[in-house]
Design a protein around this ligand. Structure first.
Ligand SMILES: Cc1ncc(COP(=O)(O)O)c(C=O)c1O
Length: 379
């Protein structure tokens, strides 16, 4: 591949910090690098507590445990999302209730949320697709009026904001991803942001295998023991050391991605004007983080052809989520609320183009040329 879909970028300090963790001799979790990363996330997102996890999936699993769901309780979410958004709640016996997305941002359509609320609804899980914020004002309004918790799946949302507030700061709980395809990486990795102060103590317990070990290390209890549900959610210091090298440079990393995103946006303006494709839409009150550049093509057929042509030219592009309401587990464990026509339509037509630090403007131009040619063919 001349241009792979993703290439993890190292800032240069990762191995120094791993060496430092080794020299300090604290390799299990919750050590000095974990503390640095947590403090950074807490101050950046205004969260009461940030707990590093093995992945965003693990953070969502923690959120679902903290949401205290009983079997048959319902959680409203988009169908156009990664499997972990739904799996976390289904693992607790809850029922994912799938709602359609907006045609512009591909985020949960806030206008459809209230109609999905039933006496069993306990929470709304929002997903900020491509690092563009959901319409949180309207969603918070529904949640407040019906007494529902909000869990943000902000896997793609680091350093993006909605009306000036960071993504991940709106829900009682929010989950971030540091998977190697994300803006800030640690291979596999994630964090749970705890914004509701009443959940902090229990979140630490869930994080520490259901024990009050964190309180013990702070000298608040004289022995630690099993007090609640939990599991081993915390990563070791090697991962945290790696992550710290990335968090230190997050502004720079985001700016580099934004340059590439803007280059694609400029290259593909003309084909959009001709009606050959649609570029991403970012509402004026959202600041995105250039996590992803995608285009919507006229049909599944054109998408299939484009992926093949890009591959032939040495460029790796991919489609994205298979809607969960159409998946075998989604059918068995969840249900749809109303029509999911937008989800069905857009998911078949979306292509994610390569975007990683180290790509050149020329790479973007070459990929865009293939997109332009195939999207415009036969018109
Ligand atoms: C919306 C969303 N949620 C959760 C995840 C899972 O993240 P992780 O791989 O860190 O578990 C992803 C992965 O890409 C995602 O896109």
């Amino acid at each position: 591949m001349k241009v792979p879909f993703n290439k993890p970028y190292m800032t240069g300090r990762e191995l120094d910090y791993i060496r430092e963790a080794h020299a300090v001799g604290h390799l299990s979790g919750d050590g000095p690098f974990t503390a640095r990363c947590s403090a950074w996330l807490e101050s950046r997102c205004g969260s009461r507590r940030a707990l590093l996890t093995h992945s965003c999936t693990a953070a969502l699993d923690m959120a679902a445990i903290l949401a205290d769901l009983a079997p048959g309780d319902e959680v409203i979410m988009p169908s156009y999302t990664f499997v972990s958004t739904a799996n976390a709640f289904a693992l607790r016996g809850a029922v994912p209730v799938f709602v359609d997305v907006r045609a512009d941002t591909l985020n949960l359509d806030e206008r459809l949320v209230e109609a999905a609320v039933t006496p069993r609804t306990r929470a709304i899980a929002v997903v900020h697709y491509a690092g563009v914020g959901c319409e949180m004002d309207a969603i918070l309004d529904v949640a407040t009026r019906h007494g529902l918790a909000i869990v943000e799946d902000a896997a793609q949302g680091v350093l993006a904001s909605y009306r000036g507030k960071p993504l991940g700061a709106f829900g009682a709980l929010a989950a971030l991803s540091f998977h190697e395809t994300k803006n800030v990486i640690s291979g596999e990795g994630g964090a749970l942001l705890v914004n509701d102060p009443s959940l902090v103590a229990r979140a630490e317990i869930v994080w520490e295998k259901g024990t009050n070990r964190s309180a013990f290390f702070r000298g608040e209890v004289d022995k630690y023991t099993w007090v609640d549900l939990g599991s081993s959610f915390l990563p070791g210091e090697i991962v945290a050391a790696f992550l710290w090298a990335q968090l230190e440079r997050v502004q720079w990393l985001t700016e580099r991605r934004q340059e590439l995103w803007r280059a694609y946006h400029a290259e593909l303006a003309e084909p959009e004007a001709r009606g050959w494709l649609r570029r991403p839409i970012v509402p004026p009150h959202c600041v995105h983080n250039a996590h992803m550049y995608y285009v919507l093509l006229p049909s599944l057929d054109v998408r299939t052809r484009l992926l093949a042509h890009l591959k032939e030219a040495g460029f790796h592009a991919v489609f994205h989520y298979v809607p969960l309401h159409r998946s075998p587990a989604g059918r068995r464990l969840g249900r749809a609320s109303g029509s999911l026509a937008v989800t069905d339509d857009l998911s078949d037509r979306l292509v994610r183009l390569p975007l990683w630090i180290g790509m050149t403007p020329d790479d973007v131009a070459q990929v865009s040329a293939v997109v332009r040619r195939v999207a415009g063919e036969g018109r």
